[in-house]
Design a protein around this ligand. Sequence first.
Ligand SMILES: [Zn+2]
Length: 411
Amino acid sequence: MSDMRINGQRLWDSLMELAQIGATAKGGVKRLALTDLDKQGRDLVVRWGREAGMSVTVDQIGNVFMRREGTNNALPPVMTGSHIDTQPTGGKFDGNYGVLAGLEVVRTLNDLNIRTEAPIEVAFWTNEEGSRFVPVMMGSGVFCGAFTLETAYAARDTEGKSVGEELARIGYKGEQVPGDHPIGAYFETHIEQGPVLEDADKVIGVVPAVMGLSWYDCVVKGMEAHAGPTPMGLRKDALQVATRIMQQVVAIADRYPPYGRGTVGMVQVFPNSRNVIPGEVKFSIDLRNVNDELLNTMHEEMLAYIEQTRKDTGLEISIERVSYYPPCPFHPDCVDAVRKATAKLGYSTMDVVSGAGHDAIYTARLAPSGMIFVPCKDGISHNEIEDAKAEHLEAGCNVLLHAMLERARAA
Ligand SMILES: [Zn+2]
């Protein structure tokens, strides 16, 4: 049993075939959630699932569950999966790898004629990327009750098309009530989407947790005035004050290594004219940490700094928290299963905390969950140049196979 291996070439070939649907000129993929291309991708994966002997269930938010029966079908399934929607300039591996690695596990079990006690399921979740429709991780979010089906259905893209309409149009508005679907354990394989594994020259990332995050919208209001006649001491320059806060975002993150993160990624300056003192600056703040207490400390320090800056400058500064996800530690049993499988297979490994969100955050609210990371080139993802080595993808899939077998038990 322990020398069982998946077929790396078959996994690679499937990834490349799926990547042709929505392929971009620069070698990436554009397959936005609930578009015609998403339908084609879904249809292909479902066809592969059926060819591998799996039955298929679709729930009301379009999550798809492909099932291989066990010898004891009263047991909840050991599930794996991810998503097949992509960013507008996405890559071939983000999400797709997690789904097709699951399919490859089933194909391997079929080849070797191995039955498991618990059923095995391969899922793909609707609109993980959140690019066309907000919120992100929509399918798994509805599944675990983070928000309602009605909220999800009502979300609209920039053309005004709703999730409810688009799901029906592409034929993936299923019958099953989201969440009305037991999960015994959930594993998700994913490219790391960061540079840590590659930098340390390790093959498998064991993922103990996903970072929590706080998102804010900050607005600094000053006074627009002519850049020449207004002396330096008599200005209310919103941008100069905003940049102090932006520096502080990074300083706060630096005070809480190794998992403190602070980013200002979006800035709007008004009126954005070279000879006008900026009257208003709007910008985003993204704070992260794997420890909720530290994340909260970072939050408090941010607010205190803004309060102080308000006093020091007399400018109007508003800050609003627009999103908060607590850190998500994965279940020790699942983390252990991944660790053991990696050791058994002899791959080099290290722990990698995920800085990005994944569907597994939501499944973790319902069932023991865990993740397996493999390196991606230069740590780059959400980009058409996203790349990963076939041997690493194969290794991650082997770990998935053995971790799932430990939970589902070969009959
Ligand atoms: Zn992803």
